[in-house]
Design a protein. Sequence first.
Length: 394
Amino acid sequence: MRGKLRPVGSRVPMPIDHERPEFPWESCYRTQFMGSGTEALSVAIALSVKLKPGVSSPEAIIPAYGCPDLVAAIISQGVKPVLADLKPDSPWMSASAVSKAVSSSTVAIVGVGFLGIPERFASLLRVCREHNLLLVEDSAQCFLPASLSDPMADCVVLSFGRGKPVNLMGGGALLFRNDSTKAVEPLLAKYPLELRKTGLVWRLKRWMINLLLGRTGYKVLELLPLGIGETHFHELHEIRRLQINEELLTAGIQNCCSRPHADVQYDSELSELELFGWKLLTKTCKREPSELRRRFMLRYPVLAPSRDIRDRALRDLNAAGIGANALYGRILPDIKGVDAHVMAGSYPMASDFAARLLTLPTHEDVKVSDIAVARDVLIALARHESDSFKRDSA
Ligand SMILES: *Cc1c(COP(=O)(O)O)cnc(C)c1O
Protein backbone atom coordinates (compact mmCIF):
# COMPACT_ATOMS: atom_id res chain seq x y z
CA MET A 1 0.00 0.00 0.00
CA ARG A 2 1.32 3.42 -0.94
CA GLY A 3 1.36 5.63 2.12
CA LYS A 4 0.35 9.23 2.56
CA LEU A 5 2.18 12.15 4.11
CA ARG A 6 -0.01 13.38 7.00
CA PRO A 7 -1.10 17.02 6.91
CA VAL A 8 0.01 17.90 10.42
CA GLY A 9 1.18 16.51 13.76
CA SER A 10 4.53 15.89 15.39
CA ARG A 11 5.66 12.93 17.45
CA VAL A 12 4.92 12.89 21.18
CA PRO A 13 8.24 13.19 23.09
CA MET A 14 9.43 11.22 26.11
CA PRO A 15 10.07 13.20 29.29
CA ILE A 16 13.76 13.99 29.68
CA ASP A 17 15.43 13.80 33.06
CA HIS A 18 16.23 17.27 34.09
CA GLU A 19 16.46 19.53 37.04
CA ARG A 20 13.35 21.67 37.58
CA PRO A 21 12.92 22.97 34.02
CA GLU A 22 12.63 26.64 33.28
CA PHE A 23 10.21 27.66 30.55
CA PRO A 24 11.25 30.40 28.12
CA TRP A 25 8.41 32.72 29.24
CA GLU A 26 9.07 32.58 32.99
CA SER A 27 10.55 36.06 33.33
CA CYS A 28 7.23 37.62 32.23
CA TYR A 29 4.45 35.09 32.69
CA ARG A 30 3.30 32.53 35.23
CA THR A 31 2.13 29.15 33.96
CA GLN A 32 -1.10 27.33 34.77
CA PHE A 33 -1.58 24.04 32.94
CA MET A 34 -5.15 23.43 31.86
CA GLY A 35 -7.14 20.53 30.38
CA SER A 36 -6.85 22.04 26.88
CA GLY A 37 -6.12 25.21 24.97
CA THR A 38 -9.86 25.92 24.84
CA GLU A 39 -10.08 25.68 28.64
CA ALA A 40 -7.09 28.02 29.02
CA LEU A 41 -8.75 30.56 26.71
CA SER A 42 -11.96 30.30 28.67
CA VAL A 43 -10.14 31.29 31.87
CA ALA A 44 -8.50 34.23 30.06
CA ILE A 45 -11.98 35.39 29.03
CA ALA A 46 -13.22 35.01 32.63
CA LEU A 47 -10.34 37.25 33.70
CA SER A 48 -11.28 39.91 31.14
CA VAL A 49 -14.85 39.97 32.50
CA LYS A 50 -13.60 40.26 36.07
CA LEU A 51 -11.24 43.13 35.24
CA LYS A 52 -14.01 45.21 33.63
CA PRO A 53 -16.85 45.02 36.13
CA GLY A 54 -20.23 46.60 35.40
CA VAL A 55 -20.51 45.39 31.80
CA SER A 56 -23.89 43.68 31.60
CA SER A 57 -23.45 41.72 28.35
CA PRO A 58 -19.71 41.43 27.73
CA GLU A 59 -18.22 40.84 24.28
CA ALA A 60 -14.86 39.57 23.00
CA ILE A 61 -13.44 40.26 19.54
CA ILE A 62 -12.05 37.41 17.41
CA PRO A 63 -11.27 36.98 13.70
CA ALA A 64 -14.15 35.92 11.40
CA TYR A 65 -11.98 33.10 10.04
CA GLY A 66 -10.63 30.87 12.79
CA CYS A 67 -10.85 27.84 15.01
CA PRO A 68 -14.41 27.18 16.31
CA ASP A 69 -12.86 26.46 19.74
CA LEU A 70 -12.48 30.24 20.08
CA VAL A 71 -16.27 30.53 20.09
CA ALA A 72 -16.67 27.59 22.50
CA ALA A 73 -14.24 29.17 24.99
CA ILE A 74 -15.89 32.58 24.85
CA ILE A 75 -19.51 31.48 25.18
CA SER A 76 -18.59 29.14 28.07
CA GLN A 77 -18.10 32.31 30.14
CA GLY A 78 -21.39 33.88 29.00
CA VAL A 79 -19.53 36.28 26.73
CA LYS A 80 -20.59 37.11 23.19
CA PRO A 81 -18.05 36.59 20.37
CA VAL A 82 -17.91 39.55 17.98
CA LEU A 83 -16.25 38.84 14.65
CA ALA A 84 -13.80 41.07 12.81
CA ASP A 85 -13.15 40.71 9.09
CA LEU A 86 -9.59 40.15 7.86
CA LYS A 87 -7.10 42.37 6.09
CA PRO A 88 -7.17 41.32 2.40
CA ASP A 89 -5.05 38.24 1.57
CA SER A 90 -3.91 37.76 5.16
CA PRO A 91 -4.95 35.90 8.33
CA TRP A 92 -4.76 39.13 10.36
CA MET A 93 -7.78 41.05 11.59
CA SER A 94 -8.20 44.32 9.72
CA ALA A 95 -7.46 47.32 11.93
CA SER A 96 -10.59 49.15 10.83
CA ALA A 97 -12.76 46.06 11.42
CA VAL A 98 -11.35 45.77 14.96
CA SER A 99 -12.05 49.46 15.67
CA LYS A 100 -15.60 49.07 14.40
CA ALA A 101 -16.15 45.94 16.50
CA VAL A 102 -15.21 47.68 19.77
CA SER A 103 -18.18 48.83 21.87
CA SER A 104 -18.76 49.79 25.50
CA SER A 105 -19.47 46.08 26.12
CA THR A 106 -16.11 44.82 24.80
CA VAL A 107 -13.89 43.22 27.46
CA ALA A 108 -11.19 41.46 25.41
CA ILE A 109 -9.51 41.13 22.03
CA VAL A 110 -8.16 37.69 21.13
CA GLY A 111 -5.28 37.89 18.63
CA VAL A 112 -4.74 34.48 17.05
CA GLY A 113 -1.41 33.30 15.70
CA PHE A 114 -2.08 31.58 12.39
CA LEU A 115 -0.07 28.39 11.72
CA GLY A 116 3.05 30.12 13.05
CA ILE A 117 2.39 33.66 11.77
CA PRO A 118 1.72 35.85 14.84
CA GLU A 119 -0.97 38.55 14.89
CA ARG A 120 0.05 42.22 14.81
CA PHE A 121 -0.02 42.72 18.57
CA ALA A 122 1.36 46.26 18.68
CA SER A 123 -1.72 47.69 16.97
CA LEU A 124 -4.12 45.48 18.97
CA LEU A 125 -2.42 46.64 22.16
CA ARG A 126 -3.10 50.29 21.32
CA VAL A 127 -6.83 49.56 20.95
CA CYS A 128 -6.84 47.57 24.20
CA ARG A 129 -5.11 50.31 26.20
CA GLU A 130 -7.46 52.96 24.81
CA HIS A 131 -10.61 51.03 25.78
CA ASN A 132 -9.36 49.15 28.86
CA LEU A 133 -9.58 45.67 27.27
CA LEU A 134 -7.63 42.51 28.00
CA LEU A 135 -5.29 41.47 25.17
CA VAL A 136 -5.12 37.69 24.78
CA GLU A 137 -2.62 35.94 22.51
CA ASP A 138 -4.03 32.63 21.32
CA SER A 139 -0.78 30.89 20.47
CA ALA A 140 -2.20 27.36 20.07
CA GLN A 141 -0.72 27.20 16.54
CA CYS A 142 2.26 29.44 17.08
CA PHE A 143 5.29 28.32 19.01
CA LEU A 144 7.10 30.14 20.46
CA PRO A 145 4.41 32.78 21.16
CA ALA A 146 5.00 36.34 19.91
CA SER A 147 4.70 37.64 23.48
CA LEU A 148 8.02 36.04 24.35
CA SER A 149 10.07 38.50 22.35
CA ASP A 150 7.79 41.38 23.27
CA PRO A 151 5.40 40.61 26.16
CA MET A 152 2.45 42.66 24.91
CA ALA A 153 -0.40 40.25 25.65
CA ASP A 154 -1.95 40.15 29.12
CA CYS A 155 -2.50 36.41 28.73
CA VAL A 156 -1.13 33.79 26.36
CA VAL A 157 -2.91 30.53 25.50
CA LEU A 158 -0.97 27.39 24.55
CA SER A 159 -2.33 24.04 23.37
CA PHE A 160 -0.58 20.69 23.57
CA GLY A 161 -3.13 18.85 21.44
CA ARG A 162 -2.27 16.40 18.68
CA GLY A 163 -2.23 18.75 15.72
CA LYS A 164 -0.29 21.47 17.53
CA PRO A 165 3.41 22.44 17.50
CA VAL A 166 4.10 20.74 20.84
CA ASN A 167 2.11 17.48 20.86
CA LEU A 168 1.70 16.08 24.39
CA MET A 169 -1.55 14.24 23.46
CA GLY A 170 -3.66 16.97 24.99
CA GLY A 171 -3.56 19.67 27.61
CA GLY A 172 -2.88 23.36 27.37
CA ALA A 173 -1.59 26.28 29.37
CA LEU A 174 -2.66 29.74 30.41
CA LEU A 175 0.25 32.15 30.81
CA PHE A 176 -0.58 35.27 32.81
CA ARG A 177 1.44 38.20 34.03
CA ASN A 178 2.97 38.14 37.46
CA ASP A 179 1.03 41.28 38.37
CA SER A 180 -2.35 39.70 37.56
CA THR A 181 -1.78 36.73 39.90
CA LYS A 182 -4.11 38.20 42.53
CA ALA A 183 -6.98 38.44 40.04
CA VAL A 184 -6.32 35.08 38.34
CA GLU A 185 -5.84 32.81 41.35
CA PRO A 186 -9.39 33.01 42.75
CA LEU A 187 -10.73 32.29 39.25
CA LEU A 188 -8.54 29.21 38.91
CA ALA A 189 -9.36 27.91 42.38
CA LYS A 190 -12.90 27.08 41.20
CA TYR A 191 -11.66 24.43 38.82
CA PRO A 192 -10.67 20.89 39.88
CA LEU A 193 -7.03 19.83 39.65
CA GLU A 194 -6.21 16.67 37.71
CA LEU A 195 -2.91 14.82 37.75
CA ARG A 196 -1.52 13.65 34.38
CA LYS A 197 0.99 10.85 34.87
CA THR A 198 3.37 9.57 32.23
CA GLY A 199 3.12 5.95 33.35
CA LEU A 200 2.70 2.72 31.41
CA VAL A 201 -0.75 3.54 29.98
CA TRP A 202 0.53 6.91 28.82
CA ARG A 203 3.55 5.26 27.19
CA LEU A 204 1.39 2.76 25.32
CA LYS A 205 -0.86 5.52 24.05
CA ARG A 206 2.18 7.52 22.98
CA TRP A 207 3.53 4.52 21.07
CA MET A 208 0.20 4.03 19.25
CA ILE A 209 -0.16 7.69 18.34
CA ASN A 210 3.38 8.00 17.06
CA LEU A 211 2.86 4.85 14.99
CA LEU A 212 -0.25 6.32 13.34
CA LEU A 213 1.72 9.42 12.33
CA GLY A 214 3.73 7.38 9.82
CA ARG A 215 2.79 7.26 6.12
CA THR A 216 1.15 3.85 6.31
CA GLY A 217 -0.53 4.61 9.64
CA TYR A 218 -1.99 7.82 8.30
CA LYS A 219 -3.26 6.17 5.12
CA VAL A 220 -5.06 3.56 7.24
CA LEU A 221 -6.54 6.26 9.49
CA GLU A 222 -7.80 8.15 6.47
CA LEU A 223 -9.53 5.08 5.05
CA LEU A 224 -11.51 4.60 8.28
CA PRO A 225 -14.77 6.55 8.60
CA LEU A 226 -13.45 8.78 11.40
CA GLY A 227 -13.84 12.16 9.72
CA ILE A 228 -10.13 12.90 10.20
CA GLY A 229 -9.31 16.55 9.70
CA GLU A 230 -12.92 17.79 9.53
CA THR A 231 -13.84 20.96 11.40
CA HIS A 232 -16.58 20.63 14.01
CA PHE A 233 -17.86 22.87 16.75
CA HIS A 234 -17.87 21.40 20.27
CA GLU A 235 -19.20 23.27 23.25
CA LEU A 236 -16.94 23.42 26.28
CA HIS A 237 -18.59 21.79 29.30
CA GLU A 238 -15.74 21.13 31.70
CA ILE A 239 -12.74 23.14 32.81
CA ARG A 240 -9.87 21.53 34.71
CA ARG A 241 -6.48 22.59 35.93
CA LEU A 242 -3.78 20.06 35.17
CA GLN A 243 -0.68 19.01 36.93
CA ILE A 244 1.65 17.66 34.24
CA ASN A 245 5.11 16.22 34.10
CA GLU A 246 7.02 19.42 33.37
CA GLU A 247 9.98 17.51 31.98
CA LEU A 248 7.66 16.30 29.25
CA LEU A 249 6.90 19.87 28.22
CA THR A 250 10.61 20.69 28.26
CA ALA A 251 11.23 17.75 25.92
CA GLY A 252 8.36 18.94 23.69
CA ILE A 253 9.78 22.46 23.51
CA GLN A 254 13.27 21.21 22.62
CA ASN A 255 11.80 18.89 20.03
CA CYS A 256 9.73 21.68 18.44
CA CYS A 257 12.56 24.19 18.36
CA SER A 258 14.97 21.73 16.72
CA ARG A 259 12.73 20.66 13.83
CA PRO A 260 13.90 21.57 10.32
CA HIS A 261 12.24 24.64 8.80
CA ALA A 262 10.36 23.19 5.84
CA ASP A 263 8.82 26.63 5.23
CA VAL A 264 12.19 28.03 4.12
CA GLN A 265 12.42 25.25 1.53
CA TYR A 266 8.83 25.83 0.34
CA ASP A 267 9.51 29.58 0.03
CA SER A 268 12.19 28.95 -2.55
CA GLU A 269 10.65 25.93 -4.33
CA LEU A 270 7.24 27.58 -4.78
CA SER A 271 8.38 31.08 -5.69
CA GLU A 272 7.42 30.57 -9.36
CA LEU A 273 3.76 30.37 -8.25
CA GLU A 274 3.85 34.08 -7.44
CA LEU A 275 4.09 34.77 -11.20
CA PHE A 276 0.69 33.10 -11.60
CA GLY A 277 -1.19 35.09 -8.96
CA TRP A 278 -0.62 32.76 -6.00
CA LYS A 279 0.38 34.24 -2.63
CA LEU A 280 2.92 32.64 -0.29
CA LEU A 281 1.75 33.87 3.12
CA THR A 282 5.12 33.32 4.83
CA LYS A 283 6.47 35.94 2.43
CA THR A 284 3.53 38.35 2.20
CA CYS A 285 2.90 38.34 5.98
CA LYS A 286 6.52 39.06 6.69
CA ARG A 287 7.68 38.56 10.21
CA GLU A 288 10.79 39.82 11.94
CA PRO A 289 13.88 38.08 10.50
CA SER A 290 14.94 37.01 14.00
CA GLU A 291 11.53 35.42 14.60
CA LEU A 292 11.73 33.52 11.36
CA ARG A 293 14.55 31.39 12.72
CA ARG A 294 12.84 30.46 15.93
CA ARG A 295 9.22 29.87 15.16
CA PHE A 296 7.95 26.60 13.77
CA MET A 297 5.40 26.84 10.94
CA LEU A 298 2.67 24.34 11.79
CA ARG A 299 1.68 24.12 8.11
CA TYR A 300 2.74 26.05 5.03
CA PRO A 301 -0.10 28.38 3.92
CA VAL A 302 -0.62 29.61 0.34
CA LEU A 303 -3.52 31.42 -1.34
CA ALA A 304 -4.55 30.17 -4.78
CA PRO A 305 -5.90 32.66 -7.33
CA SER A 306 -9.45 31.25 -6.96
CA ARG A 307 -11.52 28.67 -5.08
CA ASP A 308 -11.74 26.52 -8.17
CA ILE A 309 -7.96 26.35 -8.62
CA ARG A 310 -7.51 25.75 -4.88
CA ASP A 311 -9.91 22.80 -4.97
CA ARG A 312 -8.17 21.28 -7.97
CA ALA A 313 -4.78 21.74 -6.32
CA LEU A 314 -6.04 19.92 -3.20
CA ARG A 315 -7.25 17.01 -5.33
CA ASP A 316 -3.99 16.73 -7.27
CA LEU A 317 -1.78 17.02 -4.18
CA ASN A 318 -3.70 14.38 -2.26
CA ALA A 319 -3.65 12.06 -5.27
CA ALA A 320 0.15 12.47 -5.24
CA GLY A 321 0.31 11.38 -1.56
CA ILE A 322 0.70 14.85 -0.02
CA GLY A 323 -1.72 15.59 2.83
CA ALA A 324 -2.67 19.12 1.76
CA ASN A 325 -5.91 20.64 3.02
CA ALA A 326 -8.02 23.77 3.23
CA LEU A 327 -7.87 24.00 7.07
CA TYR A 328 -11.34 25.16 8.27
CA GLY A 329 -12.76 25.64 4.77
CA ARG A 330 -15.29 28.31 5.78
CA ILE A 331 -15.70 31.38 7.96
CA LEU A 332 -16.95 30.96 11.54
CA PRO A 333 -20.63 31.92 10.93
CA ASP A 334 -20.79 29.18 8.26
CA ILE A 335 -19.66 26.38 10.61
CA LYS A 336 -22.54 24.26 11.85
CA GLY A 337 -23.31 25.00 15.50
CA VAL A 338 -21.30 28.23 15.55
CA ASP A 339 -23.98 30.14 13.62
CA ALA A 340 -26.27 30.19 16.67
CA HIS A 341 -23.66 32.06 18.74
CA VAL A 342 -22.33 34.72 16.39
CA MET A 343 -23.97 37.48 14.40
CA ALA A 344 -24.51 36.59 10.79
CA GLY A 345 -22.93 39.23 8.69
CA SER A 346 -20.76 39.83 5.74
CA TYR A 347 -17.05 39.19 6.11
CA PRO A 348 -15.89 39.39 2.49
CA MET A 349 -12.14 39.24 3.12
CA ALA A 350 -12.42 36.30 5.52
CA SER A 351 -14.71 34.48 3.05
CA ASP A 352 -12.26 35.04 0.24
CA PHE A 353 -9.38 33.80 2.43
CA ALA A 354 -11.35 30.65 3.37
CA ALA A 355 -12.10 29.97 -0.30
CA ARG A 356 -8.51 30.26 -1.53
CA LEU A 357 -6.39 28.91 1.36
CA LEU A 358 -4.40 25.72 0.88
CA THR A 359 -1.99 24.37 3.49
CA LEU A 360 0.96 22.00 3.00
CA PRO A 361 2.65 19.78 5.60
CA THR A 362 5.77 21.05 7.42
CA HIS A 363 6.27 18.44 10.18
CA GLU A 364 9.50 16.54 10.84
CA ASP A 365 8.73 13.77 8.31
CA VAL A 366 8.41 16.11 5.33
CA LYS A 367 11.35 15.36 3.04
CA VAL A 368 12.94 17.56 0.42
CA SER A 369 11.50 15.11 -2.14
CA ASP A 370 7.95 15.70 -0.79
CA ILE A 371 8.37 19.44 -1.24
CA ALA A 372 9.54 18.78 -4.81
CA VAL A 373 6.40 16.68 -5.47
CA ALA A 374 4.19 19.50 -4.13
CA ARG A 375 6.08 22.02 -6.27
CA ASP A 376 5.70 19.92 -9.45
CA VAL A 377 1.95 19.43 -8.89
CA LEU A 378 1.27 23.09 -8.13
CA ILE A 379 3.43 24.55 -10.88
CA ALA A 380 1.97 22.18 -13.50
CA LEU A 381 -1.52 23.28 -12.46
CA ALA A 382 -0.62 26.98 -12.44
CA ARG A 383 0.99 26.79 -15.90
CA HIS A 384 -1.92 24.82 -17.31
CA GLU A 385 -4.40 27.38 -15.93
CA SER A 386 -2.46 30.26 -17.38
CA ASP A 387 -2.25 28.54 -20.82
CA SER A 388 -5.97 27.85 -20.95
CA PHE A 389 -6.67 31.41 -19.81
CA LYS A 390 -4.55 32.72 -22.69
CA ARG A 391 -6.34 30.39 -25.15
CA ASP A 392 -9.78 31.50 -23.93
CA SER A 393 -8.96 35.17 -24.20
CA ALA A 394 -7.32 34.82 -27.67
C1 LIG B 1 -6.51 24.08 18.53
C2 LIG B 1 -6.77 25.48 18.82
C3 LIG B 1 -7.38 25.87 20.01
C4 LIG B 1 -7.88 24.87 21.02
O1 LIG B 1 -6.89 24.08 21.60
P1 LIG B 1 -7.29 22.66 22.24
O2 LIG B 1 -6.12 22.29 23.07
O3 LIG B 1 -7.52 21.75 21.09
O4 LIG B 1 -8.52 22.90 23.04
C5 LIG B 1 -7.58 27.21 20.23
N1 LIG B 1 -7.19 28.13 19.33
C6 LIG B 1 -6.60 27.80 18.18
C7 LIG B 1 -6.16 28.88 17.24
C8 LIG B 1 -6.36 26.46 17.88
O5 LIG B 1 -5.78 26.13 16.73
